[in-house]
Design a protein around this ligand. Structure first.
Ligand SMILES: Cc1ncc(COP(=O)(O)O)c(C=O)c1O
Length: 439
């Protein structure tokens, strides 16, 4: 092989070039970009840096390693618990011009195809402990299904309003713990998502109501049952414990990823709906590396980009997006930021990205059809948004300024979270197999 023609390794790219090397490097870089010319060279992603006013950061401590370890120990007590894989995409990193890119693959979580159960299950366990005044150190899966605990509690009813992944996690946990579960789904919910929850033994209905109205109905229902509780990841006055526990449960995904990544990521791309999951990731990594945290980029669909618009508004108040949020990123189509996540973003996010559906379509296809040497990841519409945004920033000439502002380059070690697999298998095939793109 002619050593002068080979691609530069990331380590070589980091080194200062010798004088005679400079021209060669410039040529190599432009050659690289030409090869990477995207199919659709249009910037369908907007970026804003975080200049929101800081608060006194009341939620950071709840995402400390110590707190998240409690959640991880609880999850570990389930016989089905396994860490989900971290796909290290070495060839892709080389191709995109960064030192490392790794994707946490949540399609393997408890056989449920998404990370969501981590939050539901942990909050339900904490609720049961609180209801029965049991010290949480004692609470394991085995304990919660024991005769001793049943006698103490009687039975509980878990109620949730959800359009899919969250409800599946709540229904699964209720079934595993032998408790009752009622799920209200908003109008427009697909049959596949309804069937998935029904199959777990929950009482499910598709209501003639939108998501927010379903939440209100679920909250009113919970008063009708002994040990009845609504399991929702958005907080409101007097309802903060469950959302906080849900975020701590999500923290387990971040904790596993931090361990598997084995070094400090320089950049984390994480998608947001209400921002509980991205808030958990932001809080966890900011608490883990308080001196010099990774740059955290929060990614949203442009039809439901409440964090992005909040950052644009700039005074620290929340912006609520209303109307039709008809993005294919169903799990991210939420117009109202959760208080806890929003506060963590204000203090610790590096910036916000708002993208068209085509961003996630690209992410899904690239993760599925990756280089043969790299692991392949089945990532659904809401799962691939963070990675899709990162890949677009590296591929699109029109996004070069964003690449520079974020400081992405040959030394970057990038972590993304693929938070779901093919939860809508029909649409997944349409996008990945048939090449359909949404905008
Ligand atoms: C697959 C997937 N990823 C990400 C999210 C976003 O989580 P959050 O609403 O906490 O921001 C969701 C929410 O439902 C989801 O289903």
């Amino acid at each position: 092989m002619n050593a002068g023609r080979r691609s530069l390794s990331p380590a070589e790219c980091l080194k200062e070039p010798a004088p005679g090397q400079l021209l060669f490097i410039i040529l190599k870089r432009s050659e690289h970009l030409k090869e990477k010319r995207p199919m659709n060279n249009k910037a369908d992603l907007r970026y804003i840096e975080n200049h929101l006013p800081k608060t006194d950061d009341p939620y950071l401590s709840m995402m400390s390693k110590e707190e998240i370890t409690k959640a991880r120990l609880f999850h570990r007590s389930f016989p089905q618990y396994q860490e989900t894989p971290l796909a290290d995409l070495k060839m892709l990193a080389k191709h995109l011009g960064v030192a490392r890119i790794a994707v946490k693959d949540e399609s393997w979580r408890f056989g449920l195809n998404s990370f969501k159960v981590l939050g539901g299950a942990y909050s339900m366990a904490r609720f049961l402990a609180q209801e029965t005044r049991t010290p949480f150190e004692k609470v394991t899966y085995q304990y919660l299904i024991s005769e001793e605990f049943r006698k103490k509690l009687g039975s509980a009813t878990f109620i949730s309003a959800t359009d899919g992944n969250h409800g599946r996690g709540v229904a699964w946990t209720a079934r595993e713990l032998g408790q009752r579960c009622i799920i209200l789904m908003p109008k427009g919910t697909t049959k596949a998502r309804f069937d998935n929850i029904k199959a777990l033994g929950a009482e499910v209905t598709i209501e003639e109501l939108n998501y927010d109205e379903c939440v209100r109905k679920a909250a009113s229902l919970s008063d009708q049952y002994e040990h009845g509780v609504i399991v929702q990841d958005t907080s409101w006055e007097g309802y903060e414990d469950i959302p906080a526990w849900i975020m701590q449960g999500y923290g387990v995904m971040a904790d596993e990823a931090a361990e598997q990544f084995g070094e400090k990521p320089s950049h984390i791309f994480v998608q947001a709906g209400v921002g509980a999951m991205a808030g958990a990731v932001t809080g966890y990594f900011s608490a883990l590396y308080p001196e010099d945290p990774p740059k955290i980029l929060v990614v949203e669909p442009n039809r439901a980009d409440c964090m992005f618009r909040g950052a644009e508004k700039g005074d620290g108040s929340r912006v609520i997006v209303t109307g039709e949020m008809d993005s294919i990123m169903a799990g991210l189509s939420c117009g109202e930021p959760c208080e806890l996540g929003w506060d963590l973003f204000k203090n610790h996010a590096f910036g916000f990205l708002s993208g068209e559906d085509s961003i996630t379509c690209r992410g899904m296809r690239m993760l599925a059809g990756n280089f043969k040497e790299d692991p392949h990841v089945v990532s659904g519409e809401s799962g691939a948004a963070g990675f899709g945004a990162f890949a677009s920033i590296m591929l699109e000439d029109a996004l070069l300024d964003v690449r520079e502002k974020i400081g992405l380059g040959p030394g970057s070690r990038v972590l993304c979270f693929s938070t779901e697999g093919d939860t809508d298998p029909v649409r997944y095939k349409e996008i990945v197999w048939e090449g359909k793109t949404y905008h």
